[in-house]
Design a protein around this ligand. Structure first.
Ligand SMILES: *Cc1c(COP(=O)(O)O)cnc(C)c1O
Length: 480
């Protein structure tokens, strides 16, 4: 069994195994002609259930053959140009190479004595990101598992910085289309049920700052304590960017922590063309970025950045065996002092390899391309009488719905759109997402693949219309 341990004597086994795995994935990528096979849970579950985990195969090729059946064949492939559903990006090769290196070396980024250069590389990337944001000389941050964790940590810092004797008095202000991790964080942080004040959005799905000002006034007058305003720079559904400069001014006026959730919009930090869309982000106290969304990085790769490094102390605990207090005086860099996690992947390496190979402009150009594609998609939809499209894109999402010529019952239109999304998924021809707007069911394209063309979008819209028409036709038959 020792032959399976990766070390100096097993280098050849390692090389062969990994190469064989890479060959399989490469062959699979080359062979996928659809983003999904349409496999159902009922079809796939028995294949996975049937496998006896107490009877190993002892052979890499056999294990990979089995993996074809239980995973590779039916996986959802984000690199396919007709995968248009969630905020998943195709990944860049330098980052995949980084992933292979980081898991083989297996550094853990909690302490210097488990990572050495890894810690310094992460710190350089944190500084690079805070520099791009413009957070100033005292800025710092840490890599996290994802935007949800980054938001949680940001709100933990904000809670600790808030001046109050009662958690029940704390209020967080976020737009009605902010990410649900804000509410989840409030719960995890022990705040009251009403802690998150939902601020309405304008027709472009951006936070109404007049309403925010009014709510800040109202809460303050009622003796409540504004703990943080969460501005979203790229809402998950619409890609809308809240008015950051106005929100920054209100945060200053009410001495409130400004958190910018740029999990999605962070790609603009690398863009030359559209960087100005997130102007004002430099005034934040904390920022969430998800490199695994708009920097074309594999899951996971995310960070929380803060204006004032000292605020990260709220996540600092010392353990004799790991990061004793004296190490701070010895200036030994232990990233665990800033993190909610202890053992932690060297995800930063993927971004490092990406920047060293392609440069930030390379990433920014890819993101610009999908933003431009979204504008083309908007024109397609706006000109097509079969569809109603919600907002002009600020990033790369399009929310729309099919509207039949003959049917006016809103519930029936909802059902036709829901059916179309399901039928499309079952066909595997394309994958789109869905959401609700004003309580009605809509469909969504999240465009993160520069390989997607306007022709792809047009073809998927035809497929959606076809499925919806089929549903409505059958529904008519049922009625008569
Ligand atoms: C995706 C997303 C998150 C959550 O990030 P994860 O990496 O999925 O945890 C938070 N906020 C916004 C705006 C997002 O789009």
């Amino acid at each position: 069994m020792r032959s399976h341990l990766l070390n100096d004597t097993t280098a050849e086994h390692y090389r062969r195994s990994v190469t064989e795995g890479v060959e399989r994935v490469a062959a699979r990528l080359a062979a996928t002609d659809r983003p999904f096979t349409g496999v159902t849970v009922d079809a796939l579950a028995p294949l996975i259930e049937r496998i006896d985990l107490d009877r190993p195969l002892h052979d890499t090729s056999a294990v990979l053959d089995e993996l074809e059946d239980v995973y590779l064949r039916d996986a959802v492939y984000f690199h396919h140009p007709r995968y248009l559903a969630h905020l998943n990006c195709p990944v860049v090769i330098p980052a995949v190479l980084g992933e292979a290196v980081l898991s083989a070396v297996n550094s853990s980024l909690d302490t210097w004595d488990q990572s050495a250069g890894g810690t310094l590389i992460e710190r350089r990337l944190v500084d690079w990101t805070t520099g791009r944001i413009g957070l100033g000389p005292a800025a710092d941050g840490v890599f996290t598992s994802g935007g949800s964790q980054s938001n949680l940590q940001a709100l933990l810092l904000a809670r600790e910085e808030a001046k109050t004797d009662s958690l029940a008095k704390l209020r967080i202000f976020a737009s009605e289309v902010s990410h649900f991790s804000v509410k989840k964080s409030a719960k995890l942080l022990g705040l009251g049920q009403d802690a998150v004040v939902s601020i309405p959005v304008d027709q472009d799905k951006r936070m109404r700052t007049v309403a925010l000002a009014r709510e800040l006034e109202r809460c303050t007058a009622a003796g409540l304590v504004p703990m943080a305003v969460v501005a979203t720079a790229g809402t998950t559904d619409f890609g809308s960017i809240d008015p950051l400069p106005e929100i920054a001014a209100l945060c200053a006026q009410f001495s409130t922590w400004m958190h910018v959730d740029a999990a999605y919009g962070c790609g603009l930090l690398a863009s030359v063309k559209y960087r100005d869309r997130i102007d004002g982000i430099e005034r934040a106290d904390s920022v969430t970025v998800d490199y695994h969304k708009s920097f074309f990085q594999p899951v996971s790769s995310s960070a929380l950045l803060v204006r004032d490094a000292a605020t990260l102390r709220h996540a600092t605990y010392h353990a004799e065996y790991l990061n004793p207090r004296r190490m701070v005086a010895e200036r030994i860099p232990n990233q665990v002092d800033k993190s909610l996690q202890t053992t932690r992947r060297f995800d930063a390496l993927k971004l490092w390899m990406t920047l060293r190979t392609m440069g930030a402009d390379g990433i920014g150009e890819l993101f610009d391309e999908v933003c431009d594609l979204a504008v083309e998609g908007w024109h397609l939809l706006a000109a097509d009488p079969r569809f109603d499209v919600v907002v002009q894109p600020s990033l790369s999402t399009l929310v729309f719905r099919y509207i039949p010529r003959t049917v006016t019952d809103p519930a029936e239109i909802d059902r036709a759109n829901l059916y179309a999304r399901k039928a499309l998924f079952a066909s595997g021809d394309a994958v789109v997402a869905g959401t609700k707007v004003n309580d009605r069911h809509y469909l969504k394209f999240t465009l993160l693949n520069p390989e997607t063309t306007p022709a792809d979008m047009a073809a998927v819209l035809d497929l959606i219309a076809g499925h919806a028409e089929q549903y409505l036709g059958e529904s008519l038959d049922r009625a008569s």
